[in-house]
Ligand binder design. Sequence first.
Ligand code: HEC
Ligand code: HEC
Length: 259
Amino acid sequence: MIHLNKTTLLLCSFMLIIPATAALAAEAKSGYEYIKPATRATQDDDFANPGLLSVIQGQRLFNNKQDGASKACAECHNEDGEKLNAKNIARYPVYSENNAEIVTLQKKISRCRNDNTSNKALPTDHPDLVALEAFIRNLAIGEAVNVQTDGPVTKLLKQGETLYRTRYGLIDMACYHCHEVYPGQMIRGQKISQGQGNGFPAYRLGTGEITSLHQRIQQCLITMRAEPFEADSDEIKLMGLYIMSRSNGLSIETPAVRY
Ligand code: HEC
Ligand code: HEC
């Protein structure tokens, strides 16, 4: 017999009221519009935003040659990444036709780190990679998310959308239910947002950690009592790409502060 705890019961009661008709696709709204005023104030204040500590850590990793490395990132990309292009950063994840793969910003960073600084490879979502990603993404703050949606990407987005609309886990709900049907509703003291990706890596007050978009997807799956998609799996890349395409046009907020 399955013992349902309070959270599960709360989620189950949600399931009963899912409307039969599909909700109309709403205009994209940042998670910022759904968080509490106090959380917004924390995000907006550079001295209070705990995510900026990760950005600063990423900046250090970027500017200084690391133990075991042949070069610092800054030797090619200039101090503080001055040569990196904010408009390009806003395009990630990108599709690489050569390798027929989705490349996240973190993956690009990780590869450049391996290939050009000869440093020991790190696993996906290693804190150093998330910090570097937060630093580089923050260079594009205010830039509109601009993920490709045409050409070969069209098919991938369809696959991502299918995953988004698939029911998972013990609560048997899809991402779509909470983030497209229920935005604005309260769940465990938090307002459900559209589940956009423009704030990532984001600092989560709930876990006290800087969190990549892929980690956030995994955390939602865990809340759904489902097996989270593995790092670097096709599923997580497709889901991440689809989420970022939904965020097209929203301003990059990295590091956002979220519950
Ligand atoms: C030896 C020079 C060199 C070093 C060192 C280097 N890179 Fe690069 N990086 C490049 C070149 C050249 C490109 C563009 C070609 C490509 O896309 O691979 C690039 C591309 C990138 C991009 C993609 C930029 C875009 O516009 O899409 C990112 C992000 C990046 N590097 C981050 C880093 C980080 C972080 C480090 C340090 C861990 C680093 N790089 C170290 C040479 C370097
Ligand atoms: C039972 C409801 C529920 C389901 C189902 C759900 N989420 Fe969430 N999700 C939340 C809540 C609550 C939050 C935190 C508040 C917010 O930002 O919506 C959240 C936050 C997020 C965020 C961060 C948004 C931001 O601005 O910080 C993303 C991304 C996300 N979810 C993706 C997903 C994905 C992908 C799935 C499906 C695998 C999923 N969620 C399924 C409830 C849900």
